[in-house]
Design a binder for this molecule. Structure first.
Ligand code: MN
Length: 196
């Protein structure tokens, strides 16, 4: 069963000016679609062809297809968390948990920004539930996914340069400012509710 390229749940211009049409055309239409194609090529006709995308990721970084499986999963998780008009702050149980762990929402964003700008090279910054069920901010390098460390992803920011170079050139901190303007906390809240 081949994995298909998921359509974005919004128009290519919906996230402008924070994430441009041109960025989505390359990031979704070329980079992400390329990972899906390479994943399918790597597992075609093999036993792994029957596994779900998440189960392929959970097989871990030692597999030949891991990078393309994890990049496919990570990008779908990332793109699906944006919306033109969504909740720009957490609410309910997630808001309480963020305040309890990080002080308040502003301090959480500061901590997340520091983690994301501190990641050397390519990778992802995540809000997760760790192995003890506590909120945590973690980085993974390259295609890494926290599920391989026993954690549950709630939200992620792609900090590969291909995510921001068209709109922000080398300025990752400016990309993060835009990221918070389009992230939909309703989606993150749904992940939190499902994980608890
Ligand atoms: Mn990417």
């Amino acid at each position: 069963m081949a994995h298909s390229v998921q359509q974005l749940p919004y128009d290519l211009t919906a996230l402008e000016p924070h994430i441009s049409r041109e960025t989505l055309e390359f990031h979704h239409g070329k980079h992400y679609a390329g990972y899906v194609a390479k994943l399918n090529a790597a597992i075609e006709g093999k036993d792994e062809d029957k596994l779900s995308l998440l189960d392929l990721v959970k097989k871990g970084p030692s597999t030949a297809y891991f990078n393309n499986a994890a990049q496919t999963w990570n990008h779908e998780f990332y793109f699906n968390a944006f919306s033109a008009k969504g909740a720009r702050e957490p609410s309910g149980d997630l808001a309480k948990a963020i305040s309890a762990k990080f002080g308040d929402f502003a301090k959480f964003r500061e901590a997340f920004n520091a983690q994301a700008t501190g990641l050397f090279g390519s990778g992802w910054t995540w809000l997760v539930l760790d192995g003890k069920g506590e909120l945590a901010i973690v980085n993974t390098g390259n295609a890494g996914n926290p599920v391989n460390d026993g954690m549950t992803p709630l939200m992620t920011c792609d900090v590969w340069e291909h995510a921001y170079y068209i709109d922000y050139r080398n300025l990752r901190p400016d990309y993060l400012k835009g990221f918070w303007e389009v992230l939909d906390w309703n989606v993150v809240g749904q992940h939190y509710a499902a994980a608890k």
